[in-house]
Structures are given as structure tokens and as C-alpha cells.
Design a binder for this molecule. Structure first.
Ligand SMILES: [Zn+2]
Length: 397
């Protein structure tokens, strides 16, 4: 199901498959937008929930939209806030449990975390993680916030479940997500007409259904064929609970059902081995905070796998992080220097490591695209995975 394509937006094109780096709060932490462009990022993904809380979506609207506000010349994407509202709500702030088979309860929360969100059929009431103030997101409010933020691609507001939830709850959440999808399309249409002087913003629906084949396929059929107010989804995100072992299976179920001519985005997936699985099952774009988040802890990707620059083994290692990498960091700095700035807690450590990791992942997906064009994707995948030592995770901010 692997394919190459082009997504056209008012701010430029995205050649797919592509990895989209994450700038949650309208910044890729520690890196200038120019450096992101230099390392090959074609678009950036920010988060509606975080920007709504701070500085407020109205501020971005006044600034002329997200791209203008953050001085990014290319396409932008916003995640709807559904995942953040609900993941913060159950206390799984950083990582959706990928391997959790032990709980099957709907009231599960992480240890020592106060429940911050409550969902009902109309929307979600939640407490700000910044100042404890109470807020409410509905499909209509999410659309308003995302229209004000002004990204080229937005996501519908969905109820994101985890692998902890029961099957019965997954069914309820899916029905709710479908009802919310209709409301998102209606409000999106209304706002597009009302703000007709603004560049067109595309709206992607989000496919839930956890690990259940019938639920995933039903969600893909329902949202794939959905039309309301003369509006249908411009593309789709595959979200929710994704068990690493069944990632490829779930993506293939969904992509067999979704309309072939629309883009498919895999939300929050970015470990190298998972990107191959996504591409070969028809995914066009990915986003993940993992590359930049682990960079700030001194963990870097190489063709041989991941390692930590702060490890004392690198104190006198005067080679590049990865001698096959063409990034600014690898062409100008050594592991020994990186070790030194990480140990000294220098700010430049985050900057240089993030540039390397983002380049590594962006380039890897670009190389998959080229391999698809050249007809040797299977060989390229076998070569990479033969050398790369696996470690991974799923991560959204
Ligand atoms: Zn590099």
C-alpha cells in the first residue's frame, strides 16, 4: 500500500511520505525555524490545546496565523486538542500506554495524578495544567480555535481512548467521535464561509477504534464517507490506542477502507522502525515529538541505533554523532564536544542534538520516498533494519 504523493496547501507543498516535526507551542524547542527548513522539514505541527491556553488562539489570529506568528515559511498543521485534553485528563501526560494489557477499566488514572478532564456527549471539561483554571472544549470550540490558529491542515475533535478502556467504552467513544465529526464539518463549513478572506484550511477526520478490527473498519467507513453541510474530510488521521505489535495491521485495516485519493496521517508515531511499518501500509505523513524530546536528554539516532551522548564513553570520541549524517551538527561537531555540552548543561546541547535527530528522521522518510520512486523500498528497509537496533515509543505533546 506504500505510495508517493504531493499534498498542496496555501503555504506550499509537502512531498510524501514525509515526517512532520512537532513544534507544540509554535516552536520546535531550542531550534530556529531556519534550521528546521535547512534540515529538510517540509511542514511543522503545533498543538491547538497548548496554543489555546497560551497565548490564546485569538493572539495567533491577530498575528496573521500560526506560520506568520512563528516565522515559519511553509505549511503548518494543528492537532485538535482531543488527545491532549483527554491524555492529560487521565494523567498519561507524555506517552499513551503502548503495552498496557493489564487494565480494562474506564476510570483508570495514572498513579498520584488528579483527574483533569471529564468527557460527556457534548464535549470535554478540563482543568488547565498551567494554572488550574476550568475550560471546556466542544467540536465547535475546537474548530473555532483551530481556525483562529490558522494552520493549513487541522484535525477534527475526537475522543481519544487508551488501551486501558473496555471494548464497551471504545464503542461509546467511537459513536461520540462520529457525532463530533459531523459537528466539526458543520462548524468548519460555517467558519470557512465566515472567514472567506483567509487561506483555505483543510480538515482531517480522526479514525479511532483501538485494537479492534471491526471498530477500526467501521470508523474508517463512517468517517471516510461522511458528508455534512456539503463538506467532507480532506484527509484522515489515524489515532488513539496503537499497540506497537499491531500497528501495521491496524493501519492496513483502516487504509483499505478509507478513500484512496485522500492523505493519511499517523498521529504521534515516529520511531524509525514504526515509520517503515506506516509507509508500507499507506501512511503519507507522520508527526512525533520523540526525536526532539529524546535529543534534549542526549539520546541520538544513528544508523546503528540510539545512544546517549552524555555517556562517558564519548568523552574523547572525536567522530561525528553519525558519520553518514549530513546535518549541520554532524558536519561541524564531534561526539566529544556534544558530550561536553551535555555534561555542562549548556543550552546549545539541546539545539545541536535536536537538529541531528530531526534531520535523521526527516531524511529517513525522504529516503523511503526515494526508494519507492526507485522501486527498491524492500531492499532499503532490509538494509536499514538489519543495522538499526530497535528502541521506540509513541509520543504526542
Ligand atoms: Zn547529524
Amino acid at each position: 500500500m506504500a505510495r508517493v504523493g504531493t499534498i498542496s496547501t496555501p503555504h506550499g507543498e509537502i512531498q510524501t511520505p514525509a515526517f512532520i516535526p512537532v513544534g507544540t507551542k509554535a516552536t520546535v524547542k531550542s531550534v530556529l525555524p531556519e534550521a528546521m527548513a535547512d534540515l529538510g522539514a517540509q511542514a511543522l505541527l503545533a498543538n491547538a490545546y497548548h496554543l489555546y491556553l497560551q497565548p490564546g488562539s485569538d493572539v495567533l489570529d491577530e498575528a496573521g496565523g500560526l506560520a506568520q506568528f512563528m516565522n515559519w515559511p511553509g505549511p503548518t498543521i494543528t492537532d485538535s486538542g482531543g488527545f491532549q485534553v483527554l491524555s492529560l485528563g487521565v494523567g498519561f501526560k507524555k506517552v499513551l500506554a503502548m503495552d498496557a494489557q493489564t487494565f480494562r477499566r474506564d476510570d483508570v488514572i495514572a498513579d498520584n495524578k488528579e483527574r483533569l478532564a471529564h468527557v460527556d456527549d457534548e464535549g470535554v471539561t478540563f482543568k488547565s495544567h498551567i494554572d488550574g483554571s476550568m475550560h471546556r472544549f466542544t467540536p465547535e470550540i475546537s474548530m473555532k480555535v483551530q481556525h483562529e490558529i490558522g494552520a493549513d491542515i487541522m484535525f477534527a475533535f475526537d475522543e481519544c481512548t487508551t488501551l486501558h478502556n473496555t471494548r464497551r467504552y471504545q464503542e461509546l467513544a467511537m459513536d461520540r467521535t462520529l457525532a463530533w465529526a459531523v459537528r466539526c464539518l458543520d462548524e468548519h463549513k460555517r467558519l470557512t464561509d465566515e472567514r472567506s478572506t483567509k487561506p483555505y484550511q483543510a480538515l482531517f477526520g480522526v479514525i479511532q477504534g483501538a485494537q479492534y478490527e471491526d471498530l477500526r473498519k467501521k470508523a474508517a467507513a463512517d468517517l471516510g464517507g461522511l458528508e455534512s453541510s456539503g463538506q467532507s474530510f480532506d484527509g484522515f488521521g489515524i489515532g488513539g490506542a496503537l499497540d506497537k505489535d499491531s500497528l501495521g495491521t491496524i493501519v492496513s485495516w483502516v487504509n483499505q477502507v478509507l478513500p484512496e485519493d485522500k492523505p493519511k496521517h499517523l498521529l504521534g508515531i515516529g520511531a524509525p522502525e514504526d515509520l517503515f511499518v506506516g509507509v508500507e501500509n499507506g501512511i503519507d505523513t507522520f508527526d512525533c515529538v520523540l526525536a526532539s524530546r529524546i535529543a534534549r536528554t542526549s539520546a541520538v539516532y544513528t544508523m546503528e541505533g540510539r545512544f546517549n551522548l552524555s555517556n562517558s564513553a564519548y568523552k574523547r570520541d572525536f567522530t561525528a554523532i553519525d558519520d553518514e549524517c549530513d546535518c549541520y551538527t554532524c558536519t561541524h561537531y564531534t561526539r566529544a564536544y556534544m558530550h561536553h555540552v551535555f555534561r555542562g548543561k549548556e543550552i546549545i546541547a539541546s539545539t545541536l542534538a535536536t537538529i541531528h535527530n530531526e534531520r535523521f528522521i526527516v531524511r529517513l522518510v525522504d529516503q523511503m520516498r526515494q526508494a519507492l520512486l526507485d522501486g527498491n523500498f524492500a531492499d532499503m528497509k532490509a538494509d536499514f533494519l538489519g543495522r538499526y537496533k530497535h528502541r521506540s515509543g509513541q509520543a504526542r505533546d
